[in-house]
Design a protein around this ligand. Structure first.
Ligand SMILES: Cc1ncc(C[n+]2csc(CCOP(=O)(O)OP(=O)(O)O)c2C)c(N)n1
Ligand SMILES: [Mg+2]
Length: 278
């Protein structure tokens, strides 16, 4: 279900051939139309020879090549911005992440907590290599993102550490802000603040469950950050990112907490996909 979108990636009209050198594996995961017991490379060569030069490129078209070149990065795939202007405004989490991707130095190490938000930094904050990406899902536990970012920051002092957290996870691990300040880590902590355990809201809301225990009153996480000794900024639109620019240009002698009030009318597609199997 995780790798095939619950089987949807194979269209209903497709005829499926499975080649495996273990005959007991044929049809093990889904019904197949043709089962071939054999080595895959030998079988592919034999099929090519049997087609006698009649093989046609199907999926790998010139059009697809152009689209991959055009949309290889998520930020180049068009989306409808769900931000809302005003004093109680919210920024689209995609717009926020793209703007931060432009602002933050490329030499960075990004650590990501768990929640509905977690795809946004994963999709839009680019990293220099695999050592720049810490995805803390091994325990599927909320609240480990900030601590992971501290470890990453100590391991890679040559890179800007970026902790990407939900407001729920940030508040669970908030005591670690003191550690970040005490160790003098020049960290950027981005909180995708939807005033909720958003994953739970989008999971249980459609079925009509009461959501009062998973929605939070507005919380001034920037002020909490300042209380710990960080710089703090509240972001409701791209125009609010000026202090982030200033912090980056300055001595970076204290961590920066960005409390981003994000749009959250609907859940993310990856969460919807994950919950389909629950
Ligand atoms: C310790 C723990 N408790 C509960 C959960 C279930 N859970 C998964 S995501 C989530 C919500 C996290 O909220 P937040 O950090 O604000 O991120 P959001 O989903 O709102 O983007 C919860 C409670 C969990 N994974 N781990
Ligand atoms: Mg949240």
């Amino acid at each position: 279900m995780w790798t095939m979108r619950h089987g949807k990636l194979i269209g209903p009209g497709a005829r499926v051939a499975q080649v495996d050198d273990d005959s007991s594996a044929i049809g093990g995961h889904r019904p197949v139309d043709i089962g071939v017991h054999g080595d895959v490379a030998c079988t592919a060569r034999a099929v090519l020879a049997a087609l006698g030069g009649q093989a046609r490129a199907g999926y790998r078209s010139g059009e697809l090549r152009a689209r991959i070149a055009r949309e290889i990065r998520w930020r180049d795939v068009p989306y409808e911005d769900q931000g809302r202007a005003g004093p109680d405004g919210v920024i689209d989490p995609r717009t926020l992440s793209i703007a931060l991707d432009d602002l933050l130095p490329a030499e960075r190490v990004v650590a990501i907590d768990s929640g509905n938000f977690m795809g946004y930094p994963s999709m839009f904050l680019s990293v220099p290599d695999e050592h720049g990406f810490c995805f803390t899902q091994a325990y599927q536990s909320v609240g480990l993102g900030l601590a992971s970012a501290i470890g990453a920051a100590l391991a890679r002092p040559d890179r800007l550490p970026v902790a990407a957290l939900g407001d729920g996870g940030a508040l669970m691990g908030i005591s670690e802000l003191e550690t970040v300040v005490r160790l003098g880590l020049p960290m950027v902590v981005v909180v995708y603040d939807d005033e909720a355990y958003g994953a739970e809201v989008h999971h249980f809301g459609p079925d009509g469950f009461a959501l009062d225990t998973v929605k939070f009153p507005p919380t001034d996480i920037a002020a909490i950050g300042r209380g710990f000794g960080c710089a703090g900024v509240t972001v409701r639109s791209e125009e609010d990112l000026g202090p982030v620019r200033d912090w980056l240009a300055g001595p970076r002698d204290r961590p920066l907490v960005i409390d981003a009030k994000v749009a959250s009318a609907s859940g993310s597609w990856w969460l919807e996909e994950a919950f389909r199997g629950h």
